[in-house]
Design a binder for this molecule. Structure first.
Ligand code: GLU
Length: 466
């Protein structure tokens, strides 16, 4: 049984780097018919907030990645951590350290002057006397004093840490009794029977400490996969400016969650030269051992491209549902499917799609100045007036091809070219010279509204002339 977890600390929003490791953890558990847990690491009561935790849960819900069981909040588990601290004390695997602040400062200073790594010197490790009064002790774990801590990372291969270079008897509970970060991570991973820990490689240096705790508990360590970072185009750590955004910002920009997940799965992992993966395909092909050893580069163009692929294929009912987020409700529009289908190929984001649809659905309030100057000149208005008459004579047109046939006949009769009519007509319909096929637009707008919009442009010019 594979059990994985995603363990965000609610200090802020859910970041796409976090979402990527969550996705990898999710896929790996599902591939093995296992469980995927969401654990909110909120023991740092000063830095964590309920709002941030809620925001993470909401963002997570938007992505559609479902976790098994309810989210686990570490802040509800202090009693459990306390009981394990007590157990390690009872088993003499941890001890109370009464070093005062002054002693610690002195130790640091002397290590600095000797140019040696700052570390705790173990002075209370075997202390048996009367504890000094007035000092609330911290609890430290008895870590190995020499040798190596090594493990076989599923991405990085064998990783070795020389104990002398990086470890000391680190604190597992502060003087106020609260447990420290590495302690609770290891305790929870152990208690939740996490078999595979997939996380960012910024956590690599925490791993030896967590292994010390596992060993003190006598529990087999999980398999670790430390995923390289996402970098920007300049090879630097991804910053906000590069798109290291709150996952919910992607929603606001008009990305579909499945497109974002597809983009993220490919950032650091590949399967042949396939670019588009459904979640089921990701589950089928993903293996964390295939994650790239080197960092990957964020590429916004690629994200847009992937999003466009999803917009092209999504059912219109789902697109209509998604567009509601952009304050656009076309559920009851008589030509909603035509509207979607005539525009979906041109939109890279839902936000763009909403804008294009809005331009067609709503009568133009104003006309694009440049387009107006360029195309509403010469015989343009007369032609529009004549076309309006032709529409009235013809009676209702019910499809794009009917509008097209009527226009063709009209142009032929008048000895005109399509361009003489198409651009003025576009301006009358949507206020600018850009729109998909003008006949599709006419069809979606509908016969009566087409006539009304032509009338409106004719009047508009009239007003200008006054
Ligand atoms: N809480 C940590 C973070 O948000 C992750 C801990 C882990 O995955 O082990 O970066």
């Amino acid at each position: 049984m594979v059990i994985t977890r995603f363990a965000p600390s609610p200090t802020g929003y859910l970041h796409i780097g976090g979402l990527r490791t969550a996705l990898y953890s999710y896929l790996w558990s599902k591939k093995n018919s296992g469980d995927f847990l969401l654990r909110i690491e909120d023991t740092d009561l000063k830095r964590n907030s309920k709002e941030a935790a809620d925001a993470i849960e909401n963002a997570f819900a938007w992505t559609g990645l479902s976790h098994d069981e309810k989210p686990i909040y570490q802040s509800t588990r202090f009693d459990i951590y306390k009981s394990y601290i007590k157990r390690l004390l009872d088993e003499d695997k941890a001890y109370k350290c009464y070093m005062s602040k002054e002693e610690l400062d002195e130790l640091r200073e002397s290590q600095r002057s000797q140019k040696i790594r700052p570390h705790y010197d173990g002075r209370y490790r075997d202390f048996e006397g009367e504890p000094p009064s007035g000092v609330e002790p911290v609890i430290r774990i008895k870590a190995p004093i020499e040798g190596e801590i090594s493990f076989d990372d599923g991405i990085k291969g064998e990783v070795h840490f020389n104990v002398k270079d990086m470890l000391d008897d680190f604190i597992i509970a502060r003087s106020d009794g609260t447990p420290t970060y590495n302690f609770v991570v290891a305790i929870d991973d152990a208690l939740m029977k996490i078999t595979d820990v997939i996380r960012g490689d910024d956590h690599l240096s925490n791993t030896p400490k967590q292994i010390v705790i596992y060993e003190a508990l006598g529990i087999k360590i999980p398999k670790f996969y430390h995923v390289p970072m996402i970098l920007n185009n300049q090879g630097k750590k991804l910053s906000k400016r590069d798109g290291a955004l709150d996952v919910m910002e992607y929603k606001k920009e008009g990305y579909l969650p499945e497109a974002l997940l597809n983009f993220l799965v490919r950032l650091g992992w590949s399967h042949k030269d396939q670019e588009i993966f459904s979640i089921d395909e990701m589950i089928e092909f993903f293996n964390p051992s295939d994650i790239n050893k080197s960092a990957s580069a964020y590429n916004e163009e690629k994200l847009l491209w992937i999003n466009a692929q999803y917009i092209k294929k999504l059912s219109s009912s789902r697109l209509i549902e998604e567009l509601r987020f952009f304050d656009l409700d076309i559920k009851n529009h008589p030509k909603k499917d035509e509207l979607i289908d005539s525009l979906r190929e041109r939109a890279k984001t839902l936000k763009e799609l909403a804008k294009m649809i809005r331009a067609i659905v709503n009568e133009p309030i104003d006309y694009d100045e440049k387009a107006y100057k360029k195309f509403i000149k010469g015989d343009a208005l007369e032609n529009l007036e004549a076309f309006k008459q032709a529409l009235l004579v013809h009676k209702e047109c019910k499809s794009a091809s009917e509008f097209e046939a009527l226009a063709k006949k009209f142009l032929e009769d008048k000895g005109l070219k399509l361009k003489d009519l198409a651009q003025p007509l576009r301006i009358a319909m949507v206020g600018s010279a850009v729109s998909p096929s003008v006949f599709e637009v006419l069809n979606v707008i509908g016969y009566n509204n087409v006539i009304a919009r032509i009338g409106k442009l004719l009047n508009y010019k009239g007003k200008n002339d006054e």
